[in-house]
Design a protein around this ligand. Structure first.
Ligand code: ADP
Ligand code: MG
Length: 687
């Protein structure tokens, strides 16, 4: 099989455009895409026609605007190409207006109050930067048009539109910075991203027996596995045949869609796997990551598996994340986070490196909030994933360079090595060192940053929007500093070094190369004044809900006041609803599954005169705590205010759920397997 033979055959790619569009139209379309110029109605008419022809040749009967509403999923509403001409004969048509703009009945998408329901229409608008693609169905196929989703007064109701704005903002800031520092300014600057996607794969049969998994995506009860990941025999191990067959099927689908799936391997926990693509431009990478998640889910079902994208499906086992590899590039392929080949390039690298570190420092709270969800909280708090304290890892070699820079010395990093020697070893050393430290939420890995706190089920939109904006804001600050130094008479290089030194003096406290899981780090971080926002409501309140913190997003025109308010409401609401569903499901699990088993076991103990005091006590506690939880759920339901509800869910409901779980898990370990109606961890995690 030769991948290149069928790679991208289901996308309206360059080759197909060349064959379907006239040369003139092709050239104008490419120009518009490359330069982010608007596409005229007339041009869109030609493209719509070609798209339709191509789609019909490929068995499409319908088309859809494909967008990313604030639910965190993708949305689509299919319309057929079918129309009737003046003689009422059926005919396939696709007009420019239909390509450019769609009108889903959007009243049921979350808007957080930006769009009242009586004025329910939002509209979707085609994003020509991301290629249209064909989703295959059992009988017919559908043409998908990547789109943004806006309200009629222009408020962003989706994740793509703000991502696009942040990419543009970062481009402007980076160009300004290059210009001020006297470096070459390229035609285009953009972000590149490679998201490593982790997931769990379970047998469909055991999955179907766990209502908690099916409804909430995670096990709400379940005693620890005996083996679990203790032997570490799964990581990079042999991929089971059945799973490999599934992966091949996934990859073939993705290749046809032009998604560059590259790496597959077993992860640390049993039944946990990873798929990593080759990096692409961020906007495309974000769309493609949605396709990866969609295809994984679909194929899992076909192969008799259940796919778990939840960040923490199993207590005591590693959670799943989405390491978000992030860098800055230009149209010639220059990577601005690569240390470079000569002195000038190395200086430029340092400007960008410090720029990113300072951006993360300035907006650490928002960086944390950008990955805050009910599910990801289990992972970020736990002792295995990046903690909820945001820090940046740079490795030993660069630490020396940065510490020198902070003191104002550029040429002689510590140890008396000259820059030239330093230069040649830095990239190599970094590449080998860096992946050892898996505890850092933001790690420099040789020629890119890896934002590791992103959750496995999270779309790339928000985390990258915030990262781009934070870095853009920091670039602007550095540009100003350099400008001031130059106008006070310094030569450019001296001005840059002084500016970087000043910035580092302020932001260096975010750099941390040690063990992020350790207790000492929590204390140390506190001393350094870094925040530790443990729960989603805390993270939201101190960012989206904080005028001062969110100001930079408004200033950079990425999100408006109204859009920020809306997102805050939606996020509180989503958080509360998830905890509400989980808590009610936990009560249901106890009443409908667990309780009967426990009482049977209890009767048995009594019948043979076993005095299992622990069991008896736990049974009583289970009843009491279940009652208490039900009471608090009622209290929760009576509350109206979003913020209050979210905090109540985090601080009252969730801890109670955890206590209750501990009791149930204890009971499970003492109950006969024949009585316990749920598959246990060892059973679920063996395939
Ligand atoms: P590791 O992180 O283990 O060193 P790789 O270097 O192979 O592994 O990269 C992991 C992911 O990072 C891949 O998806 C890869 O495409 C992506 N990546 C590599 N270089 C860049 C870059 N310049 N910008 C964004 N992502 C990148
Ligand atoms: Mg990696």
């Amino acid at each position: 099989m030769k991948i290149s033979n069928f790679y991208g055959i289901l996308t309206f790619n360059d080759r197909i455009m060349k064959s379907k569009l006239s040369h003139e139209v092709y050239k104008r379309f490419k120009y518009a895409i490359k330069n982010g110029k608007p596409i005229s109605k007339e041009l869109a008419e030609c493209i719509a026609h070609a798209l339709k022809e191509w789609a019909i040749e490929n068995n499409c009967t319908h088309y859809t605007h494909w967008f990313h509403p604030l639910t965190g999923l993708t949305a689509e509403k299919h319309d057929s190409f079918l129309q009737f001409d003046e003689n009422f004969s059926p005919i396939e048509r696709f007009k420019a207006e239909e390509l450019i703009q769609g009108e889903p009945d959007a009243s049921s998408f979350p808007s957080g109050g930006t769009r009242s329901t009586f004025e329910a229409r939002g509209y979707t608008a085609w994003d020509p930067q991301s290629p249209c693609f064909i989703m295959e169905g059992k009988k017919t196929n559908t043409l998908c048009i990547p789109s943004v989703f806006l309200s009629y007064n222009g408020d962003a109701l989706d994740k793509k539109s703000i991502l696009l704005k942040s990419i543009k903002a970062l481009e402007l800031s980076a160009k300004k910075l290059l210009n001020v520092c006297g470096f070459n300014v390229p035609e285009r600057i953009f972000v590149t991203t490679g998201p490593e996607q982790e997931y769990y794969l379970l047998d469909q049969k055991v999955y179907r027996m766990r209502e908690d998994l099916m409804v909430t995506g995670r096990t709400l009860i379940g005693a620890p596995a005996i083996k679990g990941q203790k032997l570490e025999d799964h990581y990079f191990g042999n991929i089971p045949d059945r799973v490999k067959y599934f992966m091949e099927d996934v990859e073939i689908s993705l290749y046809k869609l032009g998604v560059p799936a590259k790496t597959r391997h077993n992860e640390v926990a049993p039944c946990q796997y990873e798929l990593a693509p080759v990096f692409e431009e961020l906007n495309i990478a974000a769309d493609h990551n949605h396709l990866v998640m969609t295809v994984l889910k679909k194929k899992a079902k076909e192969h008799g598996f259940a796919l778990l994208l939840h960040e923490k499906p199993f207590k005591g086992l590693n959670g799943s994340g989405k390491h978000n590899n992030w860098s800055i590039s230009d149209e010639k392929g220059t990577n601005y986070l690569s240390p470079g080949q000569n002195r000038k390039e190395f200086l430029r690298f340092l400007v960008f490196l410090v720029g990113v570190i300072n951006g993360v420092y300035k907006h650490e709270k928002f960086v944390r909030a950008s990955v805050a969800t009910a599910a990801n909280d289990h992972r970020l708090g736990g002792n295995e994933a990046p903690p909820s304290i945001i820090s940046v890892f740079v490795g030993d070699a660069l630490t020396k360079v940065l510490e020198g820079l902070k003191k104002g010395s550029f040429l002689e990093p510590e140890g008396g090595r000259t820059l030239e020697i330093g230069l040649s070893y830095i990239p190599q050393i970094e590449r080998h060192n860096t992946d050892r430290n898996r505890t850092s939420p933001v790690a420099f890995t040789g020629n890119k940053f890896e934002f590791r706190a992103v959750g496995s089920s999270q779309p790339l939109g928000l985390p990258n929007t915030i990262l781009n904006a934070a870095v853009g804001d920091s670039f602007d600050e550095i540009s100003e500093l350099v400008k001031n130094e130059v106008s006070s008479g310094k030569k450019t290089e001296e001005a840059i070094l002084t500016a970087l030194s000043k910035v580092l003096k302020k932001c260096y406290k975010i750099v941390f190369n040690g063990n992020g899981y350790s207790r000492e780090w929590q204390q140390e971080a506190k001393r350094r004044g870094l925040s530790n926002l443990r729960t989603t409501p805390e993270a939201l309140k101190s960012t989206f809900g904080n005028r001062k913190e969110r100001d930079f997003l408004i200033k950079m025109k990425i999100l408006s006041d109204r859009e920020l308010d809306a997102r805050l409401n939606i996020k509180y609401d989503q958080y509360s609803k998830i905890i509400e569903i989980e808590s009610k499901m936990l009560v249901k699990m106890i009443k409908r599954y667990v309780r009967n088993a426990v009482y049977e076991q209890f009767r048995f103990f009594k019948s043979i005169d076993i005095n299992n005091a622990v069991y008896f006590k736990a049974k009583k506690e289970m009843e009491a705590k279940t009652k208490a939880l039900e009471r608090e759920i009622l209290n929760f339901e009576r509350m109206e205010e979003e913020e209050k509800k979210a905090f109540f869910a985090a601080n009252t409901i969730l801890p109670l759920m955890n206590e209750l779980r501990a009791i149930v898990d204890l009971l499970e370990q003492e109950t006969d397997k024949k009585l316990w109606p749920l598959p246990d961890y060892d059973t679920m995690l063996t395939m």
